[in-house]
Write a protein that binds this ligand. Structure first.
Ligand code: COA
Length: 260
């Protein structure tokens, strides 16, 4: 049996999912996409998991893209299937009812940037390089990159990255809004785990409401998005955590959220 290309470990309500093919810079082949899909499905189902961190093994790469060696041999039908497999994974991550933080520890290229963009927050090492270089292979992004980059950073950035195919550094990615934060490489893990711990201690039902309202609501016309927000807002008045959060404020103490 070959070892899984994806590792999962838990620390205080945070599940850390690691793409583990460092000798191939964590490139996404079919097996890795399927293992990631299963890892995220398991994280969604596990009650003790309140936040997820996604990263890549080794010192060089988050994920250096879809596996070019595997893609080289695909037929058009298989290429379509490969795209659907990647898109299904990205959508699962984006629609996860728990916050997912991409810890971008190095190259996030092609499918790697698409993977990072499907996460809810991105924190990058100052040494990271990000881009959509598919055009250099005679291809286009196929795991949602054209659409998510457009929505995340706007048309100018999406066209610049996809048409030119040149990677950008972390500082430029921050400037374009492609990542949320940039930290020195040596501090990346500690800073990411601090952020994830904050999310894991937060009110899970409220986090879920925010994710639903922003991710799903953001795909609707404004009027529908606003109605969606109102429905989520109202629903939270049925939660014990909302009573606890407001009571804790009034009693000047820290709230204890219980996912109820
Ligand atoms: N698919 C398959 N294998 C990949 C890969 C990918 N996307 N990216 C890197 N690898 C493999 C290399 O083939 C090499 O394998 P080998 O040792 O068996 O030859 C190994 O990972 C190390 O990569 P290497 O290119 O030697 O490292 P580097 O430090 O010189 O360069 C990059 C790093 C990221 C600049 C370079 O690997 C690269 O350009 N990768 C492809 C990026 C890309 O186009 N991604 C989009 C794909 S759609």
């Amino acid at each position: 049996m070959t070892a899984s290309p994806v590792l999962s470990r838990d620390a205080d309500g945070v599940r850390v999912i690691t793409v583990d093919r460092p000798d191939k810079l964590n490139a996404l082949d079919r097996q890795t996409l399927e293992a990631l899909d299963a890892a995220f499905a398991a994280a969604a189902d596990a009650d003790q998991v309140r936040a997820v961190v996604l990263t890549g093994a080794g010192p060089k790469a988050f994920v250096a893209g879809a596996d070019i060696a595997q893609m080289n041999a695909l037929t058009p039908i298989e290429g379509r299937e490969f795209s659907l497999l990647g898109q299904r994974l990205m959508r699962r991550i984006e629609r996860l009812p728990k916050p997912v933080v991409a810890m971008v520890n190095g190259y996030a290229l092609g499918g790697g940037l698409e993977l990072a963009m499907a996460c809810h927050l991105r924190i990058a090492a100052d040494s990271a390089r990000l881009g959509q270089p598919e055009v250099n292979l005679g291809l286009i992004p196929g795991f949602g990159g054209t659409q998510r980059l457009l929505r995340l950073a706007g048309r100018a950035a999406a066209l610049e990255l996809c048409l030119l195919g040149a990677p950008i550094d972390a500082a430029r990615a921050l400037q374009l809004g492609v990542v949320n934060r940039v930290v020195p490489a040596a501090e990346l893990e500690a800073e990411t785990m601090k952020l994830a711990a904050q999310l894991a201690a937060s009110a899970p039902l409220a986090l879920r409401g925010i994710l639903d309202a922003v991710v799903l609501g953001g795909e609707c016309p404004l009027e529908e998005g606003l109605q969606f927000e109102t429905a989520q807002f109202g629903l939270l008045f049925a939660s014990e955590d909302m009573r606890e959060g407001t009571a804790a404020f009034l009693e000047k103490r820290r709230p204890q959220f219980r996912n109820r």
